[in-house]
Design a protein around this ligand. Structure first.
Ligand code: FAD
Length: 352
């Protein structure tokens, strides 16, 4: 425990957003503490693990964190139509990816306490609970990078309210594949099913919007039946929440709090992807926090402008499409609605 010690920047969560923020803040000269409630960074993995190839231009992805390369995405619409899109990218070994980011943050000078949970906050004092009991640290700026149900967000009344609920099996894959596959239809209410190849394995999952139907377990069973003998033994199971309500305000200058990644709702509300935003916005948040701890009063607004310039319009549009999907789910023509709202369909881009 670092009882009572004052840090420039305290970061809650060592996922992609928190570790990227920690690295940037430390490189900018700040004294940085990260608290991560998991004992082992990156585990258990709650992710289908796809990232676009372009991410490798922003952050070094070590070879051991890449499970396989991906060429494209095939979307299966109800009625049998298929849409193919180029989508060059990687299926990650997500745990190794998260640990590489955390390692880079430590190398830059950030201190990371694992098995340590942020509990509450009063003024600049944050209560933490770790392996050796309760303690308290002080911080000039707090970054909430603590995922979909952010405790830091709750300190400033900024919480995600809409989610996709997902369940995924990692299974044996009988034939190698080079595309991700996405399946749309009424059987996946408000969401979709996916098969993402990972070498001799595949991540096979379903995410649905719970307000529109369920249970998700049944939807996964139906999907696996559809895949038939293309898949084999289950070697891993994961579940998780994906924020789907669009971006939150993400800063509170009076409270000296910044939110980033899933905690800030920076996840794509239709597709559910959030790793690139977490990494890129994480670095922006870390730099802003370091500058702000040094006394610059503009830094919080600069962070907001920067990440909105990079992702604001795409994420806002996805949130609008999610509303459309939600409002019209129980009426009308599902194919037409899915065409209008799903990212791989031309209609999605028509009014952009
Ligand atoms: C089933 C599923 C499949 C997905 N597939 C993809 C995909 O293929 N591609 C993609 O880009 N995105 C995908 N996503 C979304 C992606 O996983 C997230 O957008 C991404 O992890 C966000 O990173 P983050 O750092 O903001 O949050 P997280 O990765 O959730 O990290 C938050 C960290 O904060 C820690 N924490 C939480 N509370 C506290 C606390 N009080 N104190 C200390 N630590 C705390 C957690 O333990 C965690 O390590 C998927 C999500 C799910 C659920």
């Amino acid at each position: 425990m670092r009882n009572g010690k004052l840090f420039d920047v305290l970061i809650v969560g060592a996922g992609p957003a928190g570790s990227s923020a920690a690295r940037a803040a430390a490189e900018a000269g700040a004294e940085v503490l990260v608290v991560e409630k998991r004992r082992q960074i990156g585990e258990p993995v709650r992710c289908a693990e796809y990232v676009p190839r372009l991410l490798a231009q922003t952050v070094k992805i070590p070879p051991e964190a890449i499970a396989q390369e991906i060429r494209g995405m095939i979307t299966f619409l109800p009625g049998g139509e298929q849409i193919r899109k180029a989508a060059p990218g990687f299926i990650l070994n997500r745990a190794k990816f998260d640990r590489a980011l955390a390692g880079a943050a430590e190398k830059a000078g950030a201190e990371i306490l694992t098995g340590t949970k942020a509990i509450s906050r009063e003024g600049d004092r944050v209560r933490i609970k770790g392996p050796s009991g309760d303690g308290e640290v002080r911080a000039s700026v707090v970054i909430g990078a603590d995922g979909p149900h952010s405790v830091v967000g709750s300190w400033i009344g900024q919480n995600n309210r809409k989610f996709l609920w997902a369940i995924q099996h990692t299974v044996e894959l009988k034939e190698p594949a080079h595309d991700t596959k996405v399946y749309l239809g009424k059987e996946y209410p408000g969401g979709y099913a996916w098969l993402f190849p990972k070498g001799r394995l595949a991540n096979v999952g379903v995410g649905i919007q719970m307000a529109l139907g369920g249970p998700v377990k049944q939807a996964l069973k139906t999907f696996k039946e559809r895949l038939g003998d293309r898949i084999g033994e289950v070697v891993g199971v994961t579940t998780g929440y994906i924020p789907a309500g669009g971006p939150l305000p993400s800063i509170d200058e009076d409270a000296r709090i910044i939110l980033v990644g899933d905690a800030a709702g920076q996840t794509h509300a239709i597709r559910g992807g959030g790793i690139p935003q977490a990494v890129i916005c994480g670095a922006m948040a870390g730099r802003a926090a370091a500058v702000s701890a040094g006394g610059d009063t503009q830094a919080f607004k600069d962070y907001l402008h920067q990440w909105r310039n990079a992702f604001g319009s795409v994420l806002d549009k996805a949130a609008e499409k999610r509303m459309e999907l939600e409002e019209e789910w129980n009426g009308g023509d599902p194919v037409e609605l899915l065409r209008r709202c799903w990212v791989a369909c031309r209609e999605y881009y028509n009014d952009s």
